[in-house]
Design a protein around this ligand. Structure first.
Ligand code: PYC
Length: 302
């Protein structure tokens, strides 16, 4: 039987999100972490059908709404713990549908509750899960590159934040930056038990109003077009741990495309911080995906 899936697409600072509005799998009513596991084990075809080619692309992040107030984010290779740009995109999408009012809303995710404050039709602040630095100044030997030093931090996903980067952070250099961060990621994963699947490079901002520019490698080898909400959270946790960011102070993180997230922290427990990330999103499409049983590539290219 032909299956139909209703989706709304948006982008947050250039990074796309596809929210599944109707036609998603029934994952029951258990805790979100269990539902995410079920989704990964039994419905990987659905993930791939929604975000992979030929309907999607490597850069697209999917969002599956879960009753009563939850979301599971997924990408070209699997399920994400949390997604900051996706949460901003989700809030703007739900408002576009008349399903979210301005103000604060709680959302469950597989890695814990977050909240999203919708300020206007395009601007939202995500109050993320507690974020922290796990390893400071980890030095790894990267074949063909040399020694690379950085921090391992949690911001809803695991990140390696490279300390010094001589590369130019611009879109025309993305292929080189992707190759470099992919090699760094392999070296980091051989060195620490945490499943680090995102790598961040930092450089001077192009706009002097901002504090830093980043390049973020995502798990499936795409790079984030936005400053990455969970990546900015990890960065804020490291700045705080180094005494370089006080609670309430604003950090403006510029992405490789020039889009900006504003971040702030509150003090959390045990040296962790609670990051808040503000960004803007715009709806780009309202669509129905069609899964035709006769189509040999109906479940996407995996
Ligand atoms: O904004 O947190 C984020 C994110 C994770 C992967 C892509 N974007």
């Amino acid at each position: 039987m032909t299956q139909r899936i209703r989706v709304i697409d948006s982008h947050t600072g250039g990074e796309p999100t596809r929210v599944v509005i109707e036609g998603g799998p029934d994952l029951g009513t258990g805790p979100l972490a269990e539902r995410a596991q079920l989704f990964a084990e039994r419905f990987d075809w659905f993930r791939s059908a929604v975000v992979n080619e030929p309907r999607g692309s490597d850069v697209l992040v999917g969002a599956l709404l879960c009753e009563p107030l939850g979301v599971i984010f997924f990408n070209n290779v699997g399920v994400l713990g949390m997604c900051g740009h996706g949460t901003i995109g989700l809030a703007v999408t739900l408002h576009h549908l008349g399903r979210m009012s301005f103000g604060e809303h709680r959302l469950d995710t597989p890695v814990g509750p977050v909240s999203v404050h919708l300020h206007d039709a395009h601007t939202a602040t995500v109050r993320n899960v507690p974020s922290y630095r796990k390893h400071a100044n980890l030095s790894v030997e990267v074949p063909g590159v040399g020694r690379v030093t950085g921090d391992v931090a949690w911001g809803g996903n695991w990140f390696f934040l490279v300390k010094e980067c001589a590369e130019e952070l611009r879109v025309s250099n993305a292929e080189r930056l992707t190759d470099l961060t992919w090699c760094i990621r392999q070296a980091v994963n051989a060195a620490v038990p945490e499943p680090v699947d995102h790598v961040e490079l930092f450089g001077p901002p192009h706009d002097p109003a901002n504090d830093s520019r980043n390049f973020v490698l995502c798990p499936g080898k795409a790079y984030d077009r936005s400053p990455c909400g969970t990546g900015t959270s990890a960065k804020l946790a490291c700045l705080y741990a180094d005494g370089k960011l006080k609670p309430g102070a604003v950090w403006r993180q510029e992405s490789i495309t020039g889009s900006v997230f504003e971040g702030r922290v509150e003090e959390g427990e045990g040296g962790a911080v609670i990051p808040s990330i503000t960004g803007t999103a715009f709806v780009t499409a309202e669509a129905t995906l069609v899964i035709d049983p006769a189509d040999p590539l109906r479940h996407g290219i995996r």
